[in-house]
Design a protein around this ligand. Structure first.
Ligand code: GAP
Length: 584
């Protein structure tokens, strides 16, 4: 069994993840979270909230998962969010054309549909399912289309990213943040992509969870006020140049910005923050790297993008986060499509003087000449450029359209005036830095990086090394044996721990060693055991999962001890010392 099979065997058996709709044969790319998987996922999302909302101060919003056609026409998803597809003429199965050429040609993902079509023919690639001929390659749009309301209704799409819900709310959010930049808004929620033929299990899904930050900044903001925090952090960076040489470079983020490897402090800060999150949840630091997108793989909205990739045994380096510089692409696009201004007014440090040349209508001539149409004509005349007026003077006639009628007027009805004015600032379209996390890939990667097996006293011990803050069952209370006095004490401890808000499992069945193994396997970091000594001196043992060491603590102090252990305030080794002499 490879790592993927080992993880998925455990995930299915112990209630983490399994295929959706298995009762009806299942559907590729759809997976459900069972009781422990759902809790683990929520714990990861809550840790993400802690990093981005509590510590960084960004606010979370929740927007509809269905978007209007106009939204995705503006965002470019209608025209650009496609993958190349070829279909078998006999069995009808469809495939990603570029995937069929993996290992046959270099970088098939960078080729056009026509090139892919030619190469499939040239290399005599046939249907992997039945061996028959494949169709021409066409671009398949990955969005799920739907209709909003009965009948044909309005055309809508399930969102392919959570980001658009933030962009379309920009004007309200700008007001919420009291019209000041920078500000950041996050969203955690489901996204939908109708992947052509997902064959990578839980890695490529048709419905998945994203956690995204859209950070709105002034176009010229390149620095970050807190960059010092990460300036000395050394990370494996696989820039475009490093990819040409084929070697990852490890350097500090400070050096990366100084040498221009990462374009700005702002982008580098978010790479550092991403590293902080991924390692804090417990991904193996030696299996994480940051890879810059090559120019030909950049998404249609991005000017620059760095992926956080994790190493997985079966799939190699897999993208789990994309950190993109989306420039002003989205806000400009929604401004064009909606006709509503999505810009911010930026005041200059000191007001500037500007020479203005304008066309001024002469109402004393227009009034008697045009009567009730004079106002409308004046509006059209003031929108003329000085050049148009000069042209009319040469011709001796000014022609304008007023309320659908062509009018011919003497050029003297306008004059050109020059004046100086004070300008306090200008309207600009904010730029966006976007870290976008795929939560489901992170859940899987964490399971793979956490799972280990070892031999203990001739038996296999399987352990999920999840951190106490993320483990779906952070503690379990076990009476040594299924006997009345032990069971009563253990039950009352469980009740007490639960009453102070701790998730705590109670398990009284079977040999104690077997129960420890069951909890090791689902990542429970601490088992509290009530034994006969407990009845005599009021102490219980706490067993730590990874070291299997046990300490005795007075059970009346358990709430305090477990609170500190689960939140990582105390390490296991520190408990006895922290409780003070004579307490254990
Ligand atoms: N808003 C930007 C955006 O959506 P993306 O690189 O397409 O960027 C971001 O997606 C993250 O979402 C990826 O890094 C990946 O972790 C996750 N993701 C994307 N497509 C996925 C899929 N089909 N299945 C599971 N996760 C996916």
């Amino acid at each position: 069994m490879d790592a993927y099979e080992r993880v998925m065997e455990l995930a299915k058996r112990r209630g983490f993840i399994w295929g959706s709709l298995e009762l009806y044969g299942g559907v590729a790319g759809l997976y459900d979270y069972g009781p422990l998987g759902c809790t683990l996922k929520h714990n990861i999302e809550n840790m993400w909230r802690r990093v981005y909302c509590t510590e960084e101060g960004f606010y979370e919003i929740e927007t509809s998962t269905i978007g209007l056609e106009e939204v995705f026409s503006a965002s470019g998803h209608l025209s650009c969010f496609t993958d190349p597809m070829t279909t078998c003429s006999a069995c009808g199965e469809s495939f990603r054309a570029d995937h069929l050429l993996n290992g046959v040609v270099e970088r098939p993902d960078a080729l056009s549909s026509d090139e892919l079509g030619r190469l499939l023919v040239h290399h005599a690639i046939r249907c992997p399912a039945c061996g028959c001929a494949l169709s021409d390659v066409e671009e398949f749009n990955l969005m799920f289309e739907t209709h909003i309301g009965p009948g044909r209704g309005r055309i809508g799409y399930l969102r392919p990213e959570t980001a658009q819900g933030i962009f379309t709310n920009f004007d309200r959010l700008y007001r919420f943040f009291r019209e000041k930049l920078p500000f950041g808004v996050v969203q955690i929620g489901r996204s939908f992509r109708n992947e052509i033929s997902p064959r990578q299990g839980v890695i490529r899904l048709r419905e998945f969870s994203q956690a995204e930050l859209e950070l709105f900044v002034l176009p010229d903001q390149k620095t970050h006020p807190n960059f010092e925090r990460f300036a000395e952090l050394s990370l494996p960076l696989y820039s475009q140049q490093a990819q040409e040489r084929g070697e990852v470079e490890t350097m500090t983020l400070g050096e990366a910005v100084e040498r221009g490897v990462i374009a700005s402090e702002l982008l580098a800060y978010h790479i550092g923050l991403c590293w902080t999150f991924l390692t804090r949840i417990g991904l193996d630091a030696s299996r994480i790297r940051f890879r810059q997108h090559l120019p030909d793989e950049m998404a249609h909205y991005a000017a620059d993008c760095w992926d956080a990739e994790v190493l997985l045994e079966r799939f190699g380096w897999v993208e789990v986060v994309g950190i993109a510089d989306r420039t002003n692409y989205d806000l400009s696009a929604h401004e064009r499509e909606s006709g509503k201004q999505l810009r911010v007014f930026v005041e200059y440090e000191t007001p500037r003087r500007r020479r203005v040349v304008e066309v001024v209508p002469d109402m004393s001539q227009l009034g008697p000449m045009l009567r009730e149409r004079a106002g409308a004509a004046a509006e059209v005349l003031s929108s003329l450029t000085p050049e148009q007026v000069k042209e009319a003077e040469k011709e001796g006639m000014l022609r304008i359209e007023v309320e659908g009628e062509m009018l011919e007027l003497p050029p003297s009805v306008v004059s050109i005036r020059e004046r100086e004015e004070e300008v306090r600032g200008e309207y600009v379209t904010p730029h966006v830095i976007e870290p976008s996390y795929g939560i489901d890939r992170i859940v899987y990667a964490l399971l793979e990086h956490s799972l280990y097996e070892e031999e203990v006293e001739g038996e296999k011990r399987t352990v999920l090394r999840l951190s106490p803050q993320l483990a779906p069952i952070p503690m379990a209370v076990l009476p040594l044996m299924d006997k009345p006095p032990l069971v009563e004490v253990a039950r009352s401890i469980t009740k007490r721990l639960r009453s102070v808000g701790m998730r705590c499992e109670y398990d009284e069945g079977g040999f104690i060693g077997r129960r420890y193994r069951r909890f090791d396997e689902v990542g429970t970091p601490f088992c509290i055991t009530v034994d006969y000594e407990s009845l005599e001196d009021g102490t219980v043992t706490i067993r730590e999962r990874d070291s299997m060491r046990q300490i005795r603590v007075p059970h009346r102090k358990l709430e305090h001890v477990m609170h500190n252990l689960v939140l990582g305030i105390w390490q296991f080794d520190e408990v006895v010392e922290e409780l003070g002499e004579g307490s254990a």
